[in-house]
Design a binder for this molecule. Structure first.
Ligand code: NAD
Ligand code: IPM
Ligand code: MN
Length: 356
C-alpha cells in the first residue's frame, strides 16, 4: 500500500530541467517517510513530435491509466504550434482523466518579495479553483472563408450544468475543509453572452447548500484589479477554465514570481489519476541554461504527496522550500534575484529535507 506508480512526463523546455529536481526531492522524502515511488518515464514532447509526428503514442492515455499520479513538467515549445502540442498531450490528459479541478494555491512565501508594497509572507494566501475540462477551452467552432477578406472564426464555450455544479461544489467543499468559509466567484454576467448568467445561476443554487460559507462574486475585470489592490480578502476563488487560467498567473504574479506556483489537476472521484505540474510553461527564453527555478515543480510534488495520502511528507517538502527561501545564505535562481543554478537551488532544498 506504501508503493505508488508515478508517470513522469518532463515534456518541453525547462520541464526537463525542473522535473529532475522534483524527483530528487521525492526520492529523499519517500525514503525518510517510508514509502516507495516507482517511476515510469515518458519522453512525450515536442521533440518527440518532430521525430515521430506524435506528441504521445496513440495508446498514450491508456499507458498512464493505472498510475497513481502523473508528474508533468511543461508542454509546448517554439517549432511546434501550441494548438498541436497542447491539444495532443496536456489537454487530453486533463480531459480523458476527468481532472475537472485545477487547484492552484496563491501564497506569498517568506523571502520572496511581492511587487505589491508592504506585503509580508502569508498575507497573500488563497486558493484558485479553476474549472479544467470545459468552458472556453472547446474545439467547437471553426474557420470559414479561409484566406479571403470574408474570413472569420467562431469559438463556442461550453458550460454544462454538471460541469459547472461540480466545480462550484468543489470550491465550497474546499472552503469548508480549510475552515476558511468564504468563496469568491469570478463572473462576467454583465457581458452580453450566455455562459456567465448561467454560471451565476448555478453558483446561487450551489451556495444555498452551504449557508455557513460566505459566497461573493466579482466581475472578472474588477476581480483582476482586486487581486492587486486587496489580495488579502480572498480565500477560495472559483472560475471558469479561461478566467481561472488568467487569474492563476495573476495570483503568482503578485506573490513575486510565477516560477514557484504549483498546480494539481484533480479527478476528485479518484476514478483516474490526477496530474501535478507547475503553473508555468516551458520558458523557451531561458530553456537549456540551467537557471530555471525548480520550486513550482517541487511544490507540485508536495501537492502530489498530499493527494497520495502522504501529508507528513508533503508538509516536509513545504518546510524545506520555506526554510530555503528564508535562509540568509540561500542560493536562489535569477527570477528571485540570485545567481544559483536550477540544481544548486535543488541542492539547497534537498539539504533541508528532514523530519521536524
Ligand atoms: P512560461 O510560463 O513558459 O514563461 C513565462 C515567463 O516566465 C518567461 O519569461 C519565463 O522565462 C519565466 N519563467 C517561467 N517559468 C520559470 C521558472 N521555473 N524559472 C524562472 N523563470 C520562469 O509562459 P509562455 O512563455 O507563455 O509559454 C511558453 C510555452 O509553454 C508555450 O508553448 C506555452 O503554451 C507553454 N505553456 C505550457 C504550460 C503547461 O504545460 N502547463 C503552461 C504555460 C505555458
Ligand atoms: C496552464 C497553461 C495551459 C492552459 C496551456 C498551456 C494550454 O497555460 O496550465 O495554465 O491554458 O491550461
Ligand atoms: Mn496558464
Amino acid at each position: 500500500d506504501n508503493v505508488y506508480t508515478i508517470s513522469v512526463i518532463p515534456g518541453d523546455g525547462i520541464g526537463n530541467e525542473v522535473v529532475p529536481q522534483g524527483l530528487r526531492v521525492l526520492d529523499a522524502v519517500s525514503a525518510l517517510y517510508g514509502f516507495k515511488l516507482n517511476y515510469r518515464h515518458y519522453d512525450w514532447s515536442c521533440e518527440r513530435y518532430k521525430a515521430t509526428g506524435k506528441m504521445m503514442p496513440d495508446d498514450g492515455i491508456s499507458q498512464l491509466r493505472d498510475s497513481d499520479a502523473v508528474f508533468l513538467g511543461a508542454v509546448g515549445f517554439p517549432g511546434v504550434p501550441d494548438h498541436i502540442s497542447l491539444w495532443n498531450l496536456l489537454i487530453p490528459i486533463r480531459r480523458e482523466f476527468d481532472q475537472y479541478v485545477n487547484l492552484r494555491p496563491v501564497r506569498l512565501l517568506p523571502g520572496v518579495p511581492s511587487p505589491l508594497a508592504n506585503k509580508q509572507a502569508h498575507e497573500i494566501d488563497f486558493w484558485i479553483v479553476r474549472e479544467n475540462t470545459e468552458g472556453e477551452y472547446s474545439q467547437v467552432g471553426g474557420r470559414m472563408f479561409a484566406g479571403t477578406e470574408h474570413e472569420f472564426v467562431t469559438q463556442e464555450a461550453i458550460f454544462t450544468r454538471r460541469g459547472t455544479d461540480r466545480i462550484l461544489r468543489y470550491a465550497f467543499d474546499l472552503a469548508v475543509r480549510l475552515e476558511r468559509n468564504h468563496v469568491t466567484s469570478a463572473t462576467k454576467s454583465n457581458g452580453i453572452f450566455h455562459s456567465m448568467p448561467f454560471w451565476d445561476e448555478r453558483y446561487a443554487v450551489v451556495a444555498a447548500d452551504y449557508p455557513q460559507v460566505r459566497a461573493d462574486q466579482y466581475h472578472i475585470d474588477i476581480l483582476a484589479a482586486r487581486f492587486v489592490m486587496s489580495p488579502e480578502r480572498f480565500d477560495v476563488v472559483v472560475g471558469s477554465n479561461l478566467f481561472g487560467d488568467i487569474l492563476s498567473d495573476l495570483g503568482p504574479g503578485i506573490t513575486g514570481t510565477i516560477a514557484v506556483a504549483p498546480s494539481a489537476n484533480i479527478n476528485p472521484e479518484r476514478k483516474h489519476p490526477s496530474m501535478f505540474e507547475p503553473v508555468h510553461g516551458s520558458a523557451p527564453d531561458i530553456a537549456g541554461q540551467g537557471i530555471a527555478n525548480p520550486i513550482g515543480q517541487i511544490w507540485s510534488a508536495a501537492m502530489m504527496l498530499d493527494h497520495l495520502g502522504q501529508a507528513d511528507a508533503a508538509a516536509c517538502v513545504m518546510r524545506a522550500i520555506e526554510q530555503t527561501l528564508a535562509a540568509p545564505d540561500r542560493r536562489v535562481t535569477k527570477d528571485l534575484g540570485g545567481s544559483a543554478s536550477t540544481a544548486e537551488l535543488g541542492d539547497d532544498i534537498l539539504s533541508r529535507i528532514g523530519k521536524s
